[in-house]
Every structure is written in C-alpha cells, then in structure tokens.
Design a protein around this ligand. Structure first.
Ligand code: TPP
Ligand code: MG
Length: 532
C-alpha cells in the first residue's frame, strides 16, 4: 500500500512539479525524506529568497512550482515575496510543514496555529487537510486551483505525521485527472468588439503581463498592425508583452492617473489586453481617461475586471481573444506607423557609469535573447529607453513592488531557462532583501550575471521624497556596502567597475563563465521613477 507521501509525490509528478524550492525544518523532514529520485530539491537559505526563486521559475517556465516552507516561521518570512506572486499570477503551490496533528492544539514549538488562515488573504486558496488520507487529494486540488485561470499561489499545511500514513486506495485516480479552462469570445462579444474597433478613428492598445504569460506577444503585434494602432505597456510593468523596437511601441504608461490620461489623449478607443485598469502608484488624482475616450478591457482575471474604476470588461483567455480579433477586424485605411527613432544617446558619467550607459552596453554586448530580471527602481525610464526586447519572456519585475524578488527570481528564471542568458539588474538597496540567493546560484552553478547598480542610496525613495515634499528624510542612503566581498563570501565570483570599458570587459568575461558572476557598477544617482 502506498503511503500518503508516495501518493502525494505521484500527484506532484503528474502535475510537473518535480522541482521543489525550499528551506527545511523538523516538520518537513518526513516529506523530504520520501522525495523520489526524479525530483530535485533547490535549497534557499531564507524563505524570502526561496519564494522569489520559485516565482521566477514558475514565471519563466509557465508551469506550477512546489515550494516547501517551515511552519509559520518560514511562511512568514516568505510572505513579502508572496505579494509579488499574487500580482504576477504565479502558480505557486506553497506547502508548509505542520507539527504532529494531536499536538497542534497544545501550541507546541513550531505548531502552525490556524495554519490555513495564515496565508489568507494573499493566496487564492488555503487549506490544511482534515485527515491524513485527504492529503494527496488536497495537494491535487492545490495544483489545479493554482493553475486554473486566473492563476495564483495557493497554500497547504500538512502535519508531519500524515506522510507515513497509508494512502486512501482511491488516491490512484488523482494523478491522471486533468482540469482545463476554456474561454474564448462568444460570437456576439467578438462582433461587438470588432464593431467598436472598426468604428474607432484613432484606437490605441494597452498590453499587460497576461499577454507575455500567454505568449500572445505576436498576436498583439498582429492586432496592432491590422489596426495601425500605437501600443503601450500597462503601468507598473512586471513583464514585457510587446517588442520594444516595433514601430507601434510607445513605451510603458506612467503609473499615475494624470500621466495615463495625457498619454491616451486623442484616442477615441483604448483596448486594454491582459492587464488591470490600471496599476497606478503615485497618487495624482484626476480624470481616469481623456474626455470622450472609451475603454474596453480584456482580462483572464474576473477580479481585475470587476475592480476597474472605468471602462467595460470582458473576462476571457487573452491569447484566444487576440487571435479571434486578428482574424476578424476589417482592414483600416490609416497610414502605417513609421519606424521608431534611434535609441537616445546614453548619458555618461565621470568616475561612474551612468545607468543609460549600462543598459546601452548590455544591449550591445549581451546576447540579443537575454532575459532581464530588473529590480533597480530609480532607473526604469533609463532601462526602457535603451533596451531592445523582442522575444516573449524577456523581462521580469516585482509585480507588487515588493523588493527581494529580483536577485532570487533571476536564479529561478535561469534555472527554468538554461537556453537563454539571464541578467539580473539589481539596485544596491534591493539586492539586500534577497541576497542569500547568491549562495543558491553558486551551489547549483546557475550562471546568472548579476549587475548591481551601486548609487549608495534608495534612489526611488529620494525621488518620492521630492514628489511628496517630505524634505530631508531619515533612512534613505545605503552607503558602504561591498557587494564584491558579499558575493565572494557566498561563493560567487565578483568584481567592481567604475567605467564603461571596465564594465564591457567584466560583462564579456562573465558571459563566458558557466557559473554565476556579480558585477558591481558604480552608477550615478538618477531621478526618481519607481516604488515606495
Ligand atoms: C520589501 C520592500 N521594502 C521596502 C520597499 C521600499 N522601496 C522601494 S524602492 C526602494 C529603494 C530601492 O533602492 P535600490 O535598489 O538601490 O534602487 P534605486 O532606487 O537606488 O535605483 C525601497 C527601499 C519596497 N518596495 N519593498
Ligand atoms: Mg540604489
């Protein structure tokens, strides 16, 4: 007879969850000891790094991923990273070890009291099975819930005495079950949309992370070309859903009401695909849309549709909807969009490398299909002005603005995509929240190139202090951190550079190495554009 652990691993294998990101404790040992040899365990040294590595892996592979944390303590450490997974619709199946069932009520050491409640309201669904026999089915439910549209993280707590119990013989049905989602536009919905698009004199398209997640980037290009419409990326971009050198590309919308309204001025119809309306950040109240502009949102997430303050919405699979629209919109007699102007000339520094120059040099010297994981908060404008991102899955940024994603997520993305070079562009403030992932990169030889932009400050917060007129504010500078020594301490090769020439040499040598390398670049303090 199979044990609960064996039956659960059969469910996980069938769902493709054979990589486990974790940090163990006594409650998890029974589960881990039963791990079959076709599974791999990736150890992270802090749960904030564990969850973000898993998030990066799930986003880049498009598959659900298992996370194994230690009780409430480990879950708590992962909670900040979980906020990003929620908004990136990352299908993480987060499991936490629980104390022996009969002792939880006594609140013995490392009991996860009211465990299912702990991860709410962040996760889509949370559970502690009512008995050992129900553990494999609960894990199957967790996988199907995480991957059903809209995708998102789930949480399951399992008492550790459950794993050795005998599985319910009926558990054998679980691995073969498939749960699929269907959802394209109904004929009348398609007809309404086509009519609205055909009637518009100057439509615009706004694309969001769901387009990249569904690998519908080429469909979005086709629709833009058919409509001859300009395309923006929705505010607070966590992915890059549109090729940045396509003539239709207009950039990332600013994360403030007034800025969005200014960009969309003159468009009588705005079609938003695969994004919330909108993820604002800076509070600048005003009209949500220009006078006379109609907005229609297509999203796979009913929550995104329902909570938007303006516009109509259709809840639908965005790839299916885009393909349907491409096939149905009539030809328009508008002029084709002219090619984009050349990249702006990068600003340069004296005794440091300006971020413009870092991004321009990365564009010139890194592989064209490199994947960027970005957590450098004051340099966003600079980044988008210099990069050439053409392929799906080329860009990841923390989806809820919670720092500590970037450095570990770069490790997870590289693990999921060994065929493409991952470059983590991480600020000197942000790097500290997930720094222990350097050890995992070294330990498993995951060859990320980490580029630390060292400006000695929380640049984005300096910008916000100006915006909010808070004057001189305590706690905004982070001088004196030596990332070369920190990286070396974790087993990662590292060097510091202060000129563009040194950066190119360091980058070329890093790209040749089969191991992770960290390059600390002294950068200027740029103007604000980022997070609080
Ligand atoms: C977990 C978490 N803590 C704090 C913040 C607030 N915060 C937003 S941007 C930022 C500064 C990041 O600095 P750095 O990585 O050096 O980038 P820079 O702004 O200098 O480009 C901070 C602390 C946050 N977003 N998330
Ligand atoms: Mg900084």
């Amino acid at each position: 007879m199979a044990t609960v652990a064996q039956a659960s691993y059969d469910v996980l294998r069938a769902g493709g969850l054979t990589t486990i990101f974790g940090n163990p404790g006594s409650n998890e040992l029974k589960f881990l000891a039963a791990m079959p040899t076709d599974f791999r365990y990736v150890l992270g040294l802090h749960e904030g790094a564990v969850i973000s590595m898993a998030d990066g892996f799930a986003l880049a592979s498009g598959e659900p991923v298992l996370v194994n944390l230690h009780a409430a303590s480990g879950s708590g450490n992962a909670m900040g990273g979980l906020t990003n997974a929620v908004y990136s619709h990352s299908p993480l199946v987060v499991t936490a070890g629980q104390q022996v069932r009969s002792t939880i009520g006594q609140e013995v050491m490392l009991a996860n009291v009211d465990a299912a409640q702990l991860a709410r309201p962040l996760v889509k669904w949370s559970s502690e099975p009512a008995c050992a026999e129900d553990v494999p089915r609960t894990i199957a439910q967790a996988v199907h819930t995480a991957t059903a549209a809209p995708r998102g993280p789930v949480y399951v707590s399992v008492p550790y005495d459950d794993w050795d119990a005998t599985a319910d013989p009926q558990s054998v049905h679980l691995p073969a079950r498939r749960v699929r989602t269907a959802g394209s536009l109904a004929p009348e919905q398609l007809a309404d949309l086509v009519e609205a698009l055909a009637a518009a004199t100057n439509p615009a398209i706004v694309v969001g992370p769901q387009v990249d997640a569904a690998q519908a980037n080429a469909d979005a290009v086709q629709l833009a070309e058919a409509l001859r419409a300009p395309v923006w990326i929705a505010p607070s971009a966590s992915r890059c859903p549109f090729p940045t050198r396509h003539p239709a590309f207009r950039g990332v919308l600013p994360a403030a009401v007034a800025g969005v309204t200014a960009c969309l001025a003159g468009h009588d119809l705005v079609l938003v695909v695969g994004a919330p309306v909108f993820r604002y950040h800076q509070y600048e109240p005003g009209d949500y849309l220009p006078e006379g502009t109609r907005l229609i949102q297509l999203t796979a997430d009913p929550g995104e549709a329902a909570r938007a303050p303006v516009g109509d919405a259709v809840v639908v699979d965005v790839k299916a909807a885009l393909a349907q629209l491409v096939g149905a919109v009539p030809a328009v007699d508008r002029a084709a969009l002219p090619p984009l102007p050349d990249f702006p000339v990068p600003r340069t520094g004296d005794g440091f490398v300006h971020p413009d120059e870092v991004f321009a040099l990365l564009r010139e010297h890194a592989p064209a299909d490199a994947i960027y994981v970005n957590e450098s908060t004051s340099t966003s404008d600079s980044f988008w002005s210099q990069v050439d991102l053409a392929l799906p899955g080329s860009y990841y940024f923390p989806a809820s603005g919670g720092l500590g994603f970037g450095l570990p997520a770069a490790v997870g993305v590289q693990l999921a995509r060994p065929d493409r070079q991952v470059i983590g562009v991480i600020g000197d403030g942000s790097a500290n929240y997930g720094i222990t992932a350097l050890w995992t990169a070294a330990r498993y030889r995951i060859p990320v190139v980490f580029v630390i932009l060292k400006n000695g400050t929380y640049g984005a917060l300096r910008g916000f202090a100006d915006l909010l007129d808070t004057g001189e504010t305590p706690g905004l500078d982070v001088p004196g951190i030596d990332f070369v020594q920190i990286a070396q301490g974790y087993g990662v090769e590292a060097r510091a550079v202060t000129t563009g020439e040194e950066f190119v040499l360091a980058l070329k040598s890093a790209l040749d190495r089969p191991r992770p390398v960290l390059i600390e670049v002294a950068t200027a303090h740029l103007q604000f554009h980022g997070l609080t």
